[in-house]
Write a new protein. Structure first.
Length: 128
């Protein structure tokens, strides 16, 4: 068994679960690593359908949009009514994007723990 690497934006993503790899579903499932080193299983879904995943943790990875314009990363949650909770995010920022959803945090306290662990996932580390 290999040790976990130090958390950086490039190593924040872990490989897909072994079963997903063996079934050829690596584009559907992925682990993300929290600051604690804990792995969280995420499923890939179209960002326009996030309202269908109440009580889920959501991660939008940074990407390049039309015309080469960067789209920033976003980490938040979908509440029980299907509304996004987190930093402000315009509807146009969802267009054409895939989102990662974590559905295994059973209640609000568990979702807060996961969100806290993933905080800063895409921020560069300070050197010094």
């Amino acid at each position: 068994m290999q040790p976990l690497e130090t958390q950086t934006p490039d190593t924040a993503r872990a490989d897909a679960p072994r079963a997903a790899t063996e079934l050829g579903l690596t584009d559907r499932y992925r682990y993300l690593l929290g600051r604690s080193g804990k792995r969280y299983l995420f499923s890939t879904v179209p960002a326009e359908r996030l309202g269908e995943y109440p009580c889920a943790i959501v991660v939008l990875e940074p990407t390049i949009g039309r015309g080469g314009r960067p789209k920033k990363a976003w980490i938040g949650e979908i509440d029980r009514d299907g509304k996004r909770r987190g930093a402000r995010l315009a509807g146009r920022d969802l267009s054409g994007r895939m989102a990662l959803v974590h559905l295994l945090a059973g209640d609000a306290a568990q979702r807060r723990t996961v969100l806290d662990d993933l905080d800063g996932l895409f921020e560069p580390e300070c050197e010094g």
